[in-house]
Design a protein around this ligand. Structure first.
Ligand code: CUA
Length: 180
């Protein structure tokens, strides 16, 4: 076995090369995903006071649900122990949609089945997701973060309708059809 100084140095140099190569690959893959594929962690940092969420501003009751405003479809939802308000939102298929969510009590989370929508909803912050819904019909939107005893009952729906059946009223509001 060769244990003289030269071979130790040689071995260290090889390891240094291998590790450097690995670091370059990992950093490169991270940069590629972030810059070229736009895969980033949620970056929306918007604070909101959970104590007054329902009293003033964006998340008051009359403001919740789907709104067509400034050419944009925005759906606002409050997640609270143990319900979604509202329990259903309508969105048009194939169009950009912004979901805005907040919680007055504890940490909740949502996902919409069959889509890339998946975010935590943390009291004190507004969670925002931009997406395009490609599947028509009623998509399940459960709470996916254990939030207390009623967690398993926290369930809502996203009703994806053809764009020609998406009819905002005079205030720009669109509500779910009453039939399920
Ligand atoms: Cu809300 Cu689990």
């Amino acid at each position: 076995m060769a244990t003289d100084e030269a071979s130790v140095r040689h071995s260290e140099a090889r390891w240094a090369m291998a590790v450097s190569g690995f670091v370059v690959v990992v950093v490169g893959a991270t940069l590629f995903a972030a810059l070229a594929l736009h895969r980033n962690p949620p970056s929306n940092l918007e604070r909101i006071d959970p104590k007054t969420l329902h009293l003033t501003g964006e998340f008051t009751e009359g403001n919740l649900g789907t709104r067509f405003e400034d050419g944009q479809v925005v759906a606002r939802i409050v997640m609270t122990q143990f319900a979604f308000v509202p329990r259903c939102v309508v969105v048009p298929e194939g169009k950009p949609v912004t979901l805005r969510l907040s919680s007055p009590d504890v940490i909740h989370g949502i996902l919409v089945t069959g889509t890339n929508v998946n975010t935590m909803v943390v009291p004190g912050y507004v969670s925002q997701v931009h997406t395009v819904f490609r599947t028509m019909g009623n998509l399940l939107m459960p709470c996916h973060e254990f939030c207390g005893l009623g967690h398993s009952q926290m369930l809502a729906r996203v009703q994806v309708v053809p764009p020609d059946q998406f009819h905002p009223d005079a205030q720009g509001r669109v509500d779910c059809a009453t039939q399920q």
